[in-house]
Design a protein around this ligand. Structure first.
Ligand SMILES: [Zn+2]
Ligand SMILES: [Zn+2]
Length: 374
């Protein structure tokens, strides 16, 4: 083969190969719009490394988070469970944090690394994450309530982790125990994981809403994010969205303590309605509409500028020409909907139930989208 033809065909096959391996259109980077008055921070505040029972070095956690475009992570090593201790006997309990912070600083990626630790006890207390602590070494004590008091002295935000964990509650049902009621009374509990890794707890969402707790979701990753959440196939890790005044550690903490969060899990948003609706409205960008020829069938184009697909149920007054009553607005894409308005209008409203958003057990929010016709 002629050399230039050979190089040309190599380039073609290489580009075809790389095209076939590209992730889906919404890509790896997670993106959500800011909401009026707040920046939307994307955080995963429950992760593990070799410094407790994880399988990777802290720098890998930083690189995974940078690929996902996260704003903050916390490496919440178990204080009491250290299966790698004979290989990694390093005594400083802040070591994973220190190494991750060094890596993020070297990378200048803007990723915030927050110091945290997982208090790891049998039920009824179970596991609690203490985030924004200043020294994990001071939290090595027998009395589990005293550990949480020490965390609070250090300024911690405290989360009840995986209240649905099967080896702790065999029916997978999260229940507020007497110990957790005591923690609430003593102001030693701020949030609850409604989503942990691949699980969702509707009972935990109920507990959060009834007890004014912050709704949290996290990966609790021990292995690799890419393997656990199949990111190459377009899936994603669960994260918490925190609506913060600015992108700083102090602002993130203020947002968490003020319960301004939502969770993104399996292409579904979970959170209080007053927080989810502004995020959804901001995700739906420009809406354009024009009639098809001389007909009364209106072509509406809706842009979704977020990383989540929105699954919508039409509850407006008009039927669609090219869809059933169920429409998916693909992540980072523009979706066409043909609406039979019967007569040619100058404006009207689309109304949807958002099936891929949950504001309370068994409850989906609805949204009205005003449409002006050219
Ligand atoms: Zn745990
Ligand atoms: Zn954990």
């Amino acid at each position: 083969m002629n050399k230039s033809i050979y190089i040309f065909s190599f380039l073609i096959s290489f580009s075809l190969f790389s095209f076939a391996g590209d992730p889906p259109s919404h890509g790896r980077k997670i993106e959500f719009p800011d909401v009026p008055g707040y920046k939307t921070l994307m955080v995963d505040l429950h992760q593990h490394t070799l410094f407790s029972d994880g399988e990777v070095w802290p720098s890998i956690r930083v690189e995974e988070a940078e690929k996902d475009n996260l704003d903050a992570i916390s490496l919440t090593e178990h204080l009491e469970y250290l299966p790698h201790k004979s290989d990694i006997p390093y005594p400083d309990k802040n070591r994973a944090y220190t190494l991750a912070l060094k890596k993020a600083t070297e990378d200048s990626s803007g990723l915030m690394v927050i110091n945290g630790a997982e208090v790891t006890r049998k039920m009824p207390l179970g596991h609690c994450n203490t985030i924004f602590i200043t020294d994990a070494n001071k939290m090595l004590m027998q009395d589990s309530i005293e550990v949480l008091r020490e965390a609070k002295r250090q300024g911690a935000f405290i989360v009840w982790n995986h209240p649905n964990l099967l080896y702790q509650v065999q029916d997978g049902v999260a229940r507020l125990t007497e110990v957790h009621k005591y923690l609430l009374k003593e102001k030693l509990l701020d949030g609850i994981e409604v989503v942990n890794d691949l699980t969702y707890s509707e009972e935990a969402l109920r507990i959060a809403l009834d007890n004014n707790l912050t709704i949290m979701g996290a990966s609790d990753i021990h292995g690799l994010i890419d393997w656990q959440y199949k990111t190459a196939e377009g899936a994603h890790r669960p994260i918490t969205l925190a609506f913060a005044k600015e992108k700083t550690e102090a602002s993130l903490k203020e947002a968490l303590l003020a319960k301004r969060t939502a969770v993104w899990f399996n292409n579904t948003l979970i959170g209080r309605e007053e927080l989810l609706l502004p995020l959804i409205r901001q995700s739906f960008g420009t809406v354009t509409a024009s009639y098809y020829g001389k007909t009364s069938v209106l072509t509406v184009m809706i842009k979704n500028s977020s990383s989540t697909d929105y699954l919508l149920e039409n509850i407006g007054g008009y039927l669609f020409h090219d869809n059933t009553n169920i429409v998916t607005l693909r992540a980072n894409g523009t979706t066409k909907i043909e609406v039979k308005t019967q007569q040619r209008l100058s404006s009207f409203e689309l109304k949807f139930n958002i099936l891929s958003a949950v504001t309370a057990p068994n409850t989906h929010p609805s949204i009205t989208i005003p449409v002006t016709i050219k």
